[in-house]
Design a protein around this ligand. Sequence first.
Ligand SMILES: Nc1ncnc2c1ncn2[C@@H]1O[C@H](COP(=O)(O)OP(=O)(O)OP(=O)(O)O)[C@@H](O)[C@H]1O
Ligand SMILES: [Mg+2]
Length: 348
Amino acid sequence: MPVVFDRVSFAYHTPADQRKAKKGLVARIRERRTEVAGADSDAPQSEDPRATGQERTRPAWGVSAHDEWALRDVSFTLADGEFLGLAGHTGSGKSTLIQHMNGLLSPTEGRVTVDGRDLADKAAARDCRGFVGVVFQYPERQLFAETVLDDVAFGPKNLGLSDAEARERAEEALRSVDLRPEDIGGKSPFALSGGMQRRAALAGVIAMHPRVLVLDEPAAGLDPQAREELLRLIARLHASGMSVLMASHNMDDLARLCDRVMVLNRGRILMEGPPAVVFSQGDRLRAIGLDAPFAQNMAVRLRSRGLSVSDRLHSIQSLADELADLHRQAQRHESARSGEGAGDTAHA
Ligand SMILES: Nc1ncnc2c1ncn2[C@@H]1O[C@H](COP(=O)(O)OP(=O)(O)OP(=O)(O)O)[C@@H](O)[C@H]1O
Ligand SMILES: [Mg+2]
């Protein structure tokens, strides 16, 4: 069930939105300016700016900072079984992209297909919600039912399953996130710890039996132990056959878990490839305000202090290997020098 983005661009405020938002003088002035900008767009200088290499950050009808493209010309495929990471500075478009994965948002230009079906088709978008499970940021804020079991069974019931079937799915989903339905199923979701609430919310998505799991900053705000548990869980769900798209601010998590990483910058794909390739380019990441993985930062610091480690490291393992090599070299050098020293003494 591949998910394909084909030259997707998206702006939150289209001219239609602006008309809807027509309230008071400011809106009327903006609308007038939009018309003027629209008239200008017939002028030769406002032809497709991509052709002249002078791409604007705003759509042709955009007049203010609020009209900027949140996504611009985004094309990629999430292949079956793949674990794709999504990195990018605040406001780069990660959450906007994620909401296109199951048709919650529709492209202003371009298209998104799931298993070949265009999500612009309402029936396709509805069907795809059964296969593409989206876990939004802080999903525990959407827990609402009186008991954990009712909350997790809510989705399956909406799929039309009987109470007994929905309950069975909910129990299975809770176990898959390491929560025991017999212990916590009857409790209020709000009685659980933060980490457990997050996992219960994830169970609500898993109970729908998605084949594609989409996660927006799944570990944000959790304590170190809860985040480790959650990330291990996500790796396990991926190993069980789900394709995963995960947005994260944590480059180390992405470097560790993903098959491939995409870096968004101001709505565009800036870099894309295996973590070893993307994360070894610390300078490019830092240039757009992103942090590089720990190993990459450490390598840069060590180089600045005169150690000749590679500046293209991205994993703790590769850093450890290089340091071990350096250590061996230093030992050889040292023993050669002390050998020479011993020789000098003998001569004297
Ligand atoms: N509901 C909205 N209405 C208008 N503009 C929005 C809305 N949501 C996001 N934007 C704008 O769209 C752009 C992309 O935002 P988005 O939330 O997708 O980024 P993000 O990469 O998820 O950021 P973060 O890392 O902070 O979660 C930003 O310029 C943001 O201000
Ligand atoms: Mg976001």
